[in-house]
Design a protein around this ligand. Structure first.
Ligand code: SPV
Ligand code: MG
Length: 433
């Protein structure tokens, strides 16, 4: 009987290197390609340029490929147990690094029924690296970057977002990865927070930093990263101004703007009722949402309505009433905010909102209720979790401490261990961008 061969592929740009390994694999027997789902790829590598269905068609039409199946996790377990291939084929580049546990699992499963792992030498040809680099540039182009958030929401049940307020913090969000369960975890998107953008400029979070300056921050981040951006639009300002903001953000390639239902002098929500803050009327805020939705040109830009009822102690009923009205006015997502350390009111809102609306994405910012895990939010029906200020809050005390230590010691030697090495900075910021 003809042997069967299983090989997993994720790439959306097929080059000679891929064709060469397909040719070698096909010589071993009937070749089945496992195509990684969008969610599985987005979690560990760059976001796929081409969606799963299209990539599947691409592979189905390569000579030598007999069958194409979907692989929904980085782990091969489910598909190997189902297909029981005689051979699993892979490049030898996964022997070390984050794929090592996945490889180990493959070897162990194959052992249970006498299957074999065949590894071919991985090609380090610079021309293939150049193709990959070009793809990265495409990912950062405005149209593609903007559409990524909506696409990610379509394939991932929970999106994690980290605050960025400069090129360097953008790079940290772009590049930070941790190995986890045989895969890699990284943030899906960036939050350009009004609090952190203002703080970086030494200013209060009261809509004092003007839009031109806020756009400049976005530009700094965009110049060096590719991940989608969610912009904190504060109150959105006057309706007549908001439409311009929407157009500009859209043109720049921002994926979503979140505006909060407050008017007048805006203060940071975490002050709650300790300061004077006024909630907008439902009618007025709905008009702002409608104006924004009418102004946008693409269909992938998203406007998220942020409800401040719990922050301003206007009650759960008010929050739910507003949520329904904002969705009806065209909001693409709802953000519910709370400054309580106990997550109960957030959970109650999510449950009640979800009982009436199973589709509209829900956004939360767990700064005060930070004990809740992403898994718990996901289980309850939340779609986007924003870590809104942690990089800023981590960076400034560290800098203050270093400044004080130098003052005390009249030299810089004592702070060396608290500083990133110049070599690490160079790694984080490549010169050949
Ligand atoms: C921000 O990050 O600026 C926010 C979230 O708006 S919060 O600070 O919690 O209001
Ligand atoms: Mg803000």
């Amino acid at each position: 009987m003809e042997k069967t061969v299983y090989m997993v592929m994720s790439t959306d740009v097929i080059h000679g290197g891929h064709i060469s390994i397909i040719k070698k694999a096909e010589k071993l027997g009937r070749l089945i390609i496992g195509v990684l789902s969008d969610e599985a790829i987005a979690g560990y590598k760059r976001f796929p340029l081409i969606p799963f269905e299209e990539r599947k068609i691409l592979y189905e039409n390569i000579e030598g490929v007999s069958e194409v199946v979907e692989q929904t996790t980085l782990s091969y377990k489910e598909n190997i147990l189902k297909l029981k291939p005689d051979y699993v084929v892979h490049g030898d580049n996964w022997i070390n690094g984050y794929q090592e546990p996945i490889r180990q699992e493959v070897i162990e499963i194959l052992k249970t029924y006498g299957g074999e792992l065949i590894e071919f030498p991985y090609s380090n040809d610079p021309k293939y690296k150049a193709i990959d680099d070009r793809t990265r540039i495409e990912l950062s182009l405005p149209d593609f970057r903007r559409s990524r958030l909506k696409r990610s929401l379509g394939c991932k049940s929970l999106i994690t977002v980290m605050e960025a307020h400069s090129g360097i913090t953008g790079l940290i969000v772009e590049k930070t990865m941790v190995e986890e369960k045989g895969g890699v975890k990284q943030f899906d998107a960036m939050w350009v927070s009004s609090l952190c953008d203002s703080t970086a400029k030494g200013k209060p979070d009261i809509e004092l930093v003007d839009m031109t300056s806020r756009f400049r921050t976005i530009d700094d981040i965009m110049e060096v990263t590719t991940k989608p951006i969610i912009f904190d639009g504060d109150t959105g300002g006057l309706k007549e101004h908001f439409v311009y903001t929407v157009r500009t953000l859209e043109r720049m390639g921002v994926s979503m703007v979140i505006i909060e239902d407050k008017i007048g002098l805006k203060k940071n929500s975490l002050f709650g009722t300790e300061v004077q803050q006024t909630q907008d009327s439902i009618k007025n805020f709905c008009e702002k949402i409608k104006a924004g939705k009418n102004a946008q040109k693409s269909d992938d830009f998203m406007i998220c309505a942020r409800i401040e009822s719990l922050i301003l102690e206007a009650g759960m009923e008010d929050a739910l009433k507003r949520a329904a009205a904002y969705v009806k006015a065209g909001a693409d997502a709802i953000m519910i905010h709370s400054r309580k350390t106990d997550p109960d009111e957030i959970f109650e809102f999510v449950e009640k909102f979800r009982s009436k609306d199973s589709n509209t994405p829900i956004v939360v910012v767990p700064t005060s209720f930070n004990q809740v895990t992403e898994e718990e939010f996901k289980k309850r029906g939340v779609n986007i979790v924003i870590y809104a200020n942690q990089l800023t809050r981590a960076g400034f005390p560290a800098m203050q401490n270093v400044a004080k230590t130098i003052l005390k010691n009249h030299r810089a030697k004592e702070v060396d261990d608290n500083c990133i090495s110049i070599k690490e900075i160079i790694t984080l910021i490549p010169e050949d961008y």
